[in-house]
Ligand binder design. Structure first.
Ligand code: DTR
Length: 348
């Protein structure tokens, strides 16, 4: 047992590094360093499976945000409808069930009278051009249809094509075929004599399995990412409408963010739209070659006469959109002029 004298000596001899560590800890506990600022966690919900492009762009956004904020924002991602599904994404983010969510505008008919102009047959030929145009129109017009949320970015699918169990080599082959689509793309099918079955992309695999549909109208990334090439061996290049998407954030959560973080997120919006378009355009090529190699898919082109006939039949869609938009107080003619100018600017 040590006597009092020995204990006192031991205390006096507390090693220097322990004292230094204690002093440093005390100092850091009140030092306002950004590296030590509190981390805020944000949940980000998405409806399709993880390998699909809306989720690939979500992971990219999460990584960029974490690195640009020096780790102050930590993004928890939920692909595959694990937090919110396609149909309750919009209301779920407004109510705060997820902080951030990715919606396909076509799944909420009537909710976006202005931005649904991008569901119309404008003739975009790439996801990059359509995504840049979509963001630019939004940033200029700030339509009030998005007032209940903060829009973090916007992008579109690539132009839609027919993926089917049976060959569709001519417009007349479309007659009565049940094809899955949504929004503007469903209207396209209706006008061309097919039977549109409207549902979100995430529900299409089950509908196909149950025999409710013979194919889909969407972009070719789905051949690989949903493995549709296994059952849908016949592809027809139609380059019909694109599907617009929005990444939205709960308003209160946005308002609660510090200003410097808001600035970082705002600076990412246009860049993320373009990144997503470029990723998707490149990925479509990859998806097509993968599907050809693995499943020997066939790809058909419509004749020039059929292309012209389809264009003629779809023209009424734009008038239909304009009428509905005008009824909601939207300057439809001006918006159309702006969208066409943006197409000319980006879709070379
Ligand atoms: N909103 C779409 C477009 C789409 C294209 N590729 C994917 C992948 C995952 C989800 C949606 C999409 C549609 O409904 O087809």
């Amino acid at each position: 047992m040590k006597d009092k004298q020995t204990v006192a000596t031991t205390q006096l001899r507390t090693p220097f590094y322990v004292v230094a560590a204690l002093a440093l800890a005390a100092l850091l506990s009140w030092w306002p360093s950004p590296a030590l600022a509190k981390t805020m966690s944000l949940s980000y919900a998405n409806f399709p499976p993880a390998p699909t492009f809306p989720c690939v762009q979500m992971e990219r956004w999460a990584e960029e945000v974490e690195s640009r904020t020096g780790g102050r924002i930590d993004v928890q991602t939920y692909p595959g409808s694990t937090l919110l599904g396609a149909k309750n994404m919009w209301s779920g983010v407004i109510q705060g069930q997820a902080d951030i969510g990715c919606i396909s505008l076509a799944y909420q008919p009537g909710v976006f009278p202005m931005m649904s102009v991008f569901e119309q047959p404008i003739g975009f030929t790439s996801a990059t051009a359509a995504s840049k145009a979509l963001w630019e129109l939004y940033a200029k017009r700030m339509p009030k249809e998005f007032d209940r949320v903060k829009v973090l970015t916007l992008f579109t699918s690539a132009p839609s094509n027919i993926m089917c169990k049976k060959p569709v080599k001519a417009l007349s082959d479309l007659s009565g075929i049940e094809l899955r689509a949504s929004g503007g793309a469903s209207k396209v099918l209706e006008l061309l004599g097919a039977t549109p079955v409207s549902m979100p992309a995430s529900e299409a695999p089950e509908a196909l399995q149950k025999g409710l549909i013979k194919g889909i109208l969407s972009s070719f990334d789905m051949l690989k990412d949903f493995n549709f090439a296994e059952h849908l061996r016949h592809q027809t290049v139609t380059n019909f409408v694109v599907y617009p998407f929005a990444v939205i954030m709960n308003r209160d959560k946005w308002n609660a963010l510090p200003d410097d973080i808001k600035k970082i997120l705002d600076e990412l919006s246009a860049e993320q739209a373009e990144w997503t378009g470029q990723y998707l355009d490149a990925h479509i090529e990859e998806s097509l070659s993968w599907s050809k190699e693995k499943y020997g898919i066939e790809v058909y082109e419509l004749s020039d006469a059929d292309k012209a006939a389809a264009e003629g039949k779809l023209a009424v869609m734009i008038d239909g959109w304009a009428e509905k938009a005008k009824a909601k107080g939207i300057p439809a003619a001006d918006i159309l002029t702006e969208v066409k100018a943006l197409k000319a600017k980006y879709d070379k």
